[in-house]
Design a protein around this ligand. Sequence first.
Ligand code: KG4
Ligand code: ZN
Length: 349
Amino acid sequence: MNKVKNTLFSNKLVTIDNNSLIMAIESSCDETACAIVKGGREVISNVVASQIKIHEEYGGVIPEIAAREHLEAINVVIDEAFKQAGVNGEQISAFAGTVGPGLVGCLLVGMNAAKSLALAYDKPFIGVNHLNAHLAANFIDTDLEPPFIALLVSGGHTQIIRVNSYSDMEIIGETIDDAVGEAYDKVARLIGLPYPGGPKLDKLAQEGNPYAFKLPESKVGGYDFSFSGLKTASLRLVKSFTDKNIPLPLEDICASFQECVSATLYKKVKHALEENNYKQVVLAGGVAANSEIRKKIFSLKEFGYNVYAPQMKYCTDNASMVASAAYFFDGKNSTFDNIDVEVFSRIKG
Ligand code: KG4
Ligand code: ZN
């Protein structure tokens, strides 16, 4: 039996069930996205307008430019999501929007658009935590239910989370410095790859020897991570070639970096599964698209674990995952069933 969503609207309890449609909007960083999802698992339409081309020339996301681009794109993606689904606003049961963490100016555009739709059609508004949305990408087209261990790896976060139920989650490990995606993008930049470097580094890594160079795995304890030492070691490795005017063995550097990162993630997740006695593990966040990290995490199946990772198009930022999170999650700090909720840039306390 699939879960149903109960939300308070105009002082009445409203039930959103398997047949209900949620429209969601995502605009926390550099993707303007809108989607319509049925019962939290079935994507009816999924529209994403990426700003990568615009930010490429600056080598990263410029918040002011990103916010302006969201304003340009927002109505277009909403219209397109309605059009692709062949439904109108009256047929939507609730409107959801990402409220944080993310770039405040960017979040405001998407969240206010979702709130406006909710007010116009007199339907509930559900605010969604972007990190929970990444986790919820695993509910799409699957029968996944908690409890599970999640490895969340994105441009801004690296966490191991115990998801005990739809309303009870606990972060048991996280990075003490750079996020995995950030480390990928920084090292990619160092070797001259354009923004966002993560996917390009991954591609080159697949052509190289993962054992060509020994890069240091961090020694940080428990389920926590650190990637700054690896970043410095990569810098030193690159310099050892450039100082002597030797062309960089790009594929081997990428493969060795990727091996180091994926081995660390794998070990920590395996420990978390064993020590907490969980049977299921999910991978989430933009870096969940990484070929080697997926391969290593999926290899946990050999030990009898159920392993989930979102389809590629639902790994990086999209609105289907936001609709799915709005439907399934109801914990404090994961969804906010309240039209007065405000955007936030970082997770509080
Ligand atoms: O989740 P996401 O779309 O945005 C955030 O919420 O941060 O993640 C974007 C991050 C970027 O750092 C990007 O380089 C990284 O995900 N990424 C990858 C791959 N695809 C995306 N990193 C490594 N390998 C990939 N295949
Ligand atoms: Zn994201």
